[in-house]
Design a protein around this ligand. Structure first.
Ligand code: GDP
Ligand code: K
Ligand code: MG
Length: 279
């Protein structure tokens, strides 16, 4: 039958290699991604024949700034794994979720393995997992990779979303009613404008639109926009920058961090707060 392929993606030091080892045991192959010196480690999930997990390099975003980021997005967009396992360091959620939001834009079935929960709990903190799942629109599984806790749950959720191709439930993280309304309108106008090109180039639409706004030349070239369309895109972005009072890169980053702030403030209970609660 067909092989269920998974990308394991996360920030550096999120516990990616630890989880990869728990998922695959000793069944690992090491190679290289084509054309670069970045290691490509893959393996079958323990007790699940016809699966393959690829341990992507540790990355902070899907912007094309480092070899690791280019390799990772090339792999996900080009080879189209059936699912993404996104590992997040629960002790550093704000920073880690920046990548999570970009992965969700790719519209590939995905689960979030919230790692280092042993440390969070040890410090007296906690996370409202159900609320986080609702706000992100993907399954969230609290784990401790180093203690092998929650790993089987990650496997069963990952197999499920991949088998049934359950894509993330939401991709729009703009709050239309806050100061990001202009960004929201800009993203939608550009999605509308580039839709046929994104389909032809086989690039997920929202990811393509966001990358066009960020000025990502690889994505812009791949879309093969006409001169006329490029000018329209530029006009839409300039209008957004004027309304928003920020340049395009800052406006997009602010849109993502505003959401992350809302998410963290309603789902993460920091140690001091949880102690308050107990009193
Ligand atoms: P990578 O850079 O994402 O591949 O991260 P590693 O797997 O190398 O892990 C980074 C560090 O975090 C190592 O020292 C691990 O032992 C540690 N680590 C990984 N998972 C956990 C966990 O669940 N809890 C704790 N406390 N430490 C962990
Ligand atoms: K490491
Ligand atoms: Mg590693």
């Amino acid at each position: 039958g067909t092989i269920l392929t998974f990308a394991l993606a996360g920030n550096q030091n999120s516990g990616k290699t630890t989880l990869f080892n728990q998922l695959t045991g000793s069944n690992q192959h090491v190679g290289n991604f084509p054309g670069v010196t970045v290691d490509r480690k893959s393996g079958e999930i323990k007790n699940h024949p016809n699966t393959e997990v690829v341990d992507l390099p540790g990355i902070y975003s899907l912007s094309p700034y480092t070899e690791e980021e280019i390799v990772s997005r090339q792999y996900i967009i080009g080879e189209k794994p059936k699912g993404i396992i996104n590992i997040v360091d629960a002790t550093n959620i704000e920073r880690n979720l920046y990548l999570t939001m970009q992965l969700i834009e790719l519209d590939i079935p995905m689960v979030l393995a919230l790692n280092m929960m042993d440390e969070v709990r040890g410090n007296g903190g906690s996370v409202r997992i159900n609320d986080m799942e609702q706000m992100l629109g993907i399954p969230v599984i609290p784990i401790s990779a180093s203690k092998n806790e929650g790993v089987n749950e990650v496997i069963s959720h990952a197999l499920h979303v991949a088998k049934y191709q359950e894509s993330p439930g939401k991709k729009d993280f703009c709050d239309k009613n806050d100061h990001n309304g202009a960004v929201h309108r800009c993203v939608h106008s550009i999605m509308h404008l580039i839709e046929d090109h994104a389909v032809a180039a086989d690039i997920p639409l929202r990811f393509a639109a966001n990358k066009v706004i960020e000025g990502d030349s690889r994505v812009i070239d791949a879309l093969k926009l006409t001169q006329n369309e490029k000018e329209t895109v530029e006009h839409i972005i300039i209008q957004m920058e004027e309304e928003r009072g920020l340049d395009r890169a800052a406006a997009m980053a602010d849109m993502r961090f505003s959401f992350i702030e809302r998410l963290v403030s309603s789902t993460v209970i920091k140690p001091e707060e949880s102690k308050e609660r107990e009193r």
